[in-house]
Design a protein around this ligand. Structure first.
Ligand SMILES: N[C@@H](CCC[C@H](N)C(=O)O)C(=O)O
Length: 257
């Protein structure tokens, strides 16, 4: 099996062209081993590019634990770069993922991915919760650089109200009016990753909703580099939401499936 490795601000993925449907998608153990950093290739997630009748392609996303999961924003940006590499698309596309249709474009070397509209943002005393294709807990902390992301993220992800289904957990520090630093504990990786696309999208909307910023173009500094999120507001919430950043092929290889 030929695989490709991509990274988007350090969130890394093994991507396979499965248009001929030769991957056994139920083999959770095999997918988890491929993502294992010591016994496999190593990745935060595994992505299949498949054919779709109506749009350019279909994205199927698995977390590093081998289970199919909800939307991955950085993975979405990486699969757009992969589709261009395979000559399936030029610089604009429409594809389908688990949360629905996504438009995307490649401009000035950056992949712009349109995310689903968001109407519900829950606000609590210490945190906010919203779904940007994947579920995200957003919490402001001070001293983010030295914050214990893994232990706090693990406790929140497994605790009330998320329990077994879990949530991704984002810790945020405001750097300036429209610039925020973010560190994310990812469900399904069960650790901090260097970046999370649906996570920074959730942070941008939560910071706007809570009045921490009035900007509709927000910069997010992840451990793996900068991302931008732009959006419009409407009576119901947020639409025209775009996640913007780099996506790079880092190598290709062959393994036995
Ligand atoms: N890395 C992701 C999010 C992937 C899904 C997540 N781990 C979950 O299970 O919700 C991103 O870039 O959005």
């Amino acid at each position: 099996m030929t695989f490709y490795k991509y990274q988007g601000t350090g969130n890394d993925f093994v991507i396979v062209d499965n248009r001929l449907q030769y991957i056994n998608k139920k083999d959770t153990k095999r997918i988890a081993t491929i993502c294992d950093r010591r016994f496999g290739i190593g990745a935060d997630g595994f992505i299949l590019l498949e054919n779709d009748k109506n749009v350019d392609f279909k994205m199927v996303y698995y977390n590093a634990d081998g289970n199919e999961s909800t939307m991955c924003g950085n993975g979405g940006r990486c699969i757009v770069a992969f589709a261009k590499f395979l000559n399936i698309i030029e610089n604009e596309t429409e594809f389908i993922a688990i949360d629905g249709l996504h438009k995307a474009k490649i401009e000035d070397g950056l992949v712009h991915l349109q995310m689903q509209d968001v109407s519900e943002i829950e606000s609590y005393e210490n945190y906010m919760f919203l779904d940007t294709g994947s579920p995200h807990h957003v919490e402001i902390v001070s001293g983010l650089k030295d914050f214990e992301v893994k232990s706090n993220g693990e406790r929140i992800r497994n605790g009330v109200p998320y329990n077994e289904a879990g949530s991704n957990v984002n810790f945020v520090e405001q750097l300036s009016t429209e610039n925020f630093a973010v560190r994310t504990y990812e469900r399904g990786v069960e650790d901090e990753t260097l970046s999370c696309g649906t996570g920074v999208t959730a942070v941008a909307l939560a910071m706007h909703k809570s009045g921490k910023t009035k900007a509709d173009k927000i910069s997010l500094q992840t451990q793996g580099g900068p991302l931008n999120v732009t959006f419009s507001t409407n009576d119901n919430g947020y639409d025209n939401i775009w996640l913007i950043g780099p996506a790079e092929q880092v190598f290709k290889g062959e393994i036995e499936w």
